[in-house]
Design a protein around this ligand. Structure first.
Ligand SMILES: *Cc1c(COP(=O)(O)O)cnc(C)c1O
Length: 461
């Protein structure tokens, strides 16, 4: 094994943990386009949004100017239960690959929910509690977000109603039971419990659901029940803000040892972990202080960045949410049931979409079987059993490290290891049995989704 002055794991002292989140939007010259009212085509106002989200979170959502927002003490105390998360030097993986590259990963899987989602769940639950609400509603795809939110709500004694994408509800009964252990109620989506769910079931009998459907149901329940608001685990700018704790910790740890990444790689579903990991680095890039290669990795089965359109679109299948300007496959796009449940969303963060559009970051897509090849190699080398979502980033990190082997370059690669895959063993089983396929939508498949993107003046794509 290579001998260097860098420890295998870099931890921070409690006193070194970030006290504020960082809002990349403050340093963007081209701000992300505002959320738009689908009826009036005007930017959503505070008053309109506060019926859906709690007030402080609406303020964060609309704030394009404040660079640092203090992390309330209750949230910082909760973070201390599972943070700081380790920044790991992947010495064992480097050895296995025989690469001169230096590989680091920030590991967010060391909490019961098993992913980075807890960073935003506790923040959103906190602001709901502060406002005196009874509870929150949400959707969950693979189950990580629902689990994280259930944990956060249990901690703060809030009610939690989760609409879980049906395919995951059936494939991941254990996740469902973890949520119920933390006191959440869990309904498979689409369901008969909401108007929009009944409509979607009538239009698509036998559908296995999608995040877009589940969002519509959760929003309907939040807006029709007194004392409830809706919370979302990704995509929104407020979620990227909360997730900046990942990047801030990483930056502090790297600065301590004088490590400067050449490239930063993360998987992208709705963009929250990637947006969080890159935040302080992107800030330097936006201010012209430093340059980094930043790479978003998405599944070839749900290629929002690499094959999507940059346009205003609905965030949900039921078309009841505001329009967001983002890279999108169309809110009617229902991806094939690929196993990276957390990466099945049709759209993308408006912040990352604008940054990608402006050339501040790259994107690439990878196929499922090659993702699991990487996952297995990583598990055997580094010991951690990675989530399928995280393994998209692992795939590209390994590929970049192998390129360094060809060229002899000692590049420093940083990637986000967003979570563990213990609840994804059905997918691993398919992979081991050789039953996993790579489903890539054809241009005609994608066109069906694009046809559903709303058309109005100024929304040409
Ligand atoms: C939800 C999830 C993702 C993808 O969501 P982003 O908002 O794009 O970060 C990635 N990895 C894991 C483990 C997840 O749970």
């Amino acid at each position: 094994m290579k001998q260097e002055n860098i420890p295998y794991k870099i931890y921070l002292e409690e006193s070194e943990m970030p006290k504020s989140w960082y809002n990349m939007r403050a340093d963007m010259k081209n701000k992300p386009a505002p959320l738009m009212n689908p009826g009036t085509h005007q930017p959503m106002t505070f008053e309109e949004l506060r019926g859906v989200f709690c007030d402080d979170l609406v303020r964060q959502e609309l704030d394009n100017d404040t660079a640092f927002i203090e992390i309330p003490e209750t949230i910082r105390n909760f973070y201390k239960m599972y943070r700081p998360s380790p920044l790991v030097r992947a010495y064992c993986l480097e050895e296995k690959l025989q690469t001169p590259a230096k590989i680091y990963y920030k590991f967010e899987g060391n909490n019961t929910s098993g992913s980075h989602k807890l960073n935003s769940a506790i923040a959103q639950a906190y602001y709901a509690k502060k406002q005196g609400l009874k509870g929150v509603t949400t959707e969950t795809g693979a189950g990580q977000w629902g689990t994280a939110l259930a944990m956060a709500c249990a901690y703060l004694d809030l009610d939690c109603k989760v609409y879980m994408v049906k395919v995951s509800y059936e494939q991941k009964p254990f996740r469902r039971e973890v949520m119920r252990t933390y006191g959440a109620s869990v309904v498979p989506s689409p369901s008969e419990t909401t108007e929009v769910g009944r409509r979607i079931l009538a239009q698509h009998p036998g559908t296995t659901g999608s995040l877009g459907c589940a969002i519509s149901e959760a929003v309907e329940v939040a807006t029709t029940n007194e004392g409830y608001r809706y919370v979302l685990g990704s995509v929104l700018s407020q979620v990227l803000l909360h997730q900046s704790v990942i990047g801030l910790e990483t930056k502090i740890a790297m600065d301590k040892y004088g490590i400067v990444p050449d490239m930063i790689i993360g998987c992208a579903g709705g963009g929250s972990n990637l947006g969080g990991l890159i935040a302080p680095f992107m800030g330097e890039k936006l201010r012209g202080e430093k340059d980094y290669r930043i790479i978003a990795v998405e599944p070839a089965s749900c290629p929002s960045f690499t094959r999507g359109k940059f346009a205003y679109d609905f965030c949900d299948t039921g078309m009841i949410c505001p329009l967001a300007k983002m890279y999108t496959l169309g809110s009617g796009f229902i991806p094939s049931p690929n196993h990276a449940g957390g990466l099945r969303f049709h759209g993308m963060s408006t912040v990352l979409s604008q940054l990608y559009h402006d050339g501040y970051m790259e994107a690439t897509s990878v196929e499922q079987t090659s993702v699991f090849d990487a996952a297995e190699m990583f598990a055997r080398a580094e010991g951690i059993l990675p989530a399928p979502e995280s393994s998209h980033a692992i795939r590209v990190a390994i590929d970049e490290a192998l390129k360094c082997k060809e060229t002899g370059e000692e590049k420093t690669i940083l990637f986000g290891l967003t979570g563990t895959g213990y609840f994804d063993m059905v997918a691993y089983e398919k992979y081991h049995n050789g039953e996993m396929t790579d489903q890539i939508p054809t241009d005609a498949d994608l066109q069906v989704g694009f046809d559903g993107i709303p058309k109005f003046p100024g929304n040409e794509f």
